[in-house]
Ligand binder design. Structure first.
Ligand code: FAD
Length: 255
């Protein structure tokens, strides 16, 4: 195996130069292990103090991108018990992996089975990047390669009002990769903001009145055949689980 050059920056100001020189960020390393061992070298983000911080403002939670799923879920759960994002992060993969997987690495890699992308789409979260002053929406970051390659993610900004809600991941065993996930952000009233992941079309936002969303469940996008389950089965199952989640989310608002 090729020898990798490693860097351990202590400050964010060192990062842009490392990127410019062709080195790659290392978050938890759980995706890099499979995909990027041919990189010229890596710089680890865990020593940059500001990337490990979390804080609340009047209207948002702000999470450093080098926080692990476990750390982020713990912080959010302590501030807003039962929120959909901490439910998602604490059910992903298995405990040793959740202790390694970082927010920034996951949002950049954004695998089809991600447990973080759906909740962030549903909550209309945004990201601060090392290369830009203004935050960008997670949806824009996800769809625009130029933005993704412009710098590293430094912060994840989550509107407090948007993470009440519910989360569902469809797996065959508890620590399996999900075939699909559904996140439902409940901001009061009859409108729900949902996100379905796992289909051939990538993350899909479904926003509307509960009664209308219930009808959408019969016209979801296509899924690929996977691990012994047909695409049609997975799609039908997603429709049923979407209806269930709509019913579960928001107590008295259910029609
Ligand atoms: C067996 C297994 C099961 C898994 N199951 C699940 C699951 O059920 N649910 C789930 O959500 N995830 C799961 N994962 C994790 C997922 O597949 C990815 O490996 C993970 O999300 C990557 O995060 P990381 O911090 O390890 O990123 P890394 O591997 O460190 O990096 C991934 C990519 O992101 C870049 N990067 C790292 N940090 C940043 C940053 N701050 N800004 C910009 N780019 C950055 C890297 O350069 C690299 O290109 C699983 C992983 C494994 C190995």
């Amino acid at each position: 195996m090729k020898n990798l050059k490693w860097f351990f920056p202590d400050t964010l100001s060192e990062v842009d130069k490392l990127l410019e020189d062709g080195y790659k960020a290392h978050g938890g390393g759980t995706f890099l292990v499979k995909t990027s061992l041919n990189a010229k070298g890596l710089f680890d983000l865990s020593r940059i103090a500001e990337l490990k911080e979390f804080r609340g403002t009047d209207d948002s939670f702000i999470l450093g991108s080098a926080l692990s799923y476990t750390e982020a879920a713990g912080f959010l759960e302590s501030k807003l018990p039962g929120n959909l994002l901490s439910a998602a992060l604490s059910s992903a993969a298995a405990c040793p992996l959740r202790n390694r997987i970082t927010l920034g690495g996951s949002i950049y890699a954004s695998p089809k089975w991600s447990d973080i992308i759906g909740p962030l789409f549903a909550a209309e979260a945004s990201l601060r990047l090392s290369s830009k002053v203004e935050p960008v929406s997670v949806a824009d970051y996800h769809s625009d390669k130029k933005i993704r390659q412009s710098g590293i993610i430094t912060e994840v900004i989550i509107p407090k009002a948007n993470i009440d809600g519910s989360y569902y991941r469809f797996t065959q065993t508890h620590f399996d990769y999900p075939f699909f996930t559904i996140s439902a952000s409940d901001r009061g009233g009859d409108i729900l903001h949902c996100c379905l992941t796992g289909s051939k079309d990538g993350p899909m936002l479904l926003t509307g009145r509960r009664a209308d969303l219930n009808k959408t469940s019969s016209s979801l996008p296509e899924f690929s055949r996977e691990r012994g389950l047909s695409g049609e089965y997975i799609r039908n199952r997603a429709g049923i689980e979407l209806q269930r989640l709509i019913k579960l989310t928001g107590g008295n608002n259910n029609g």
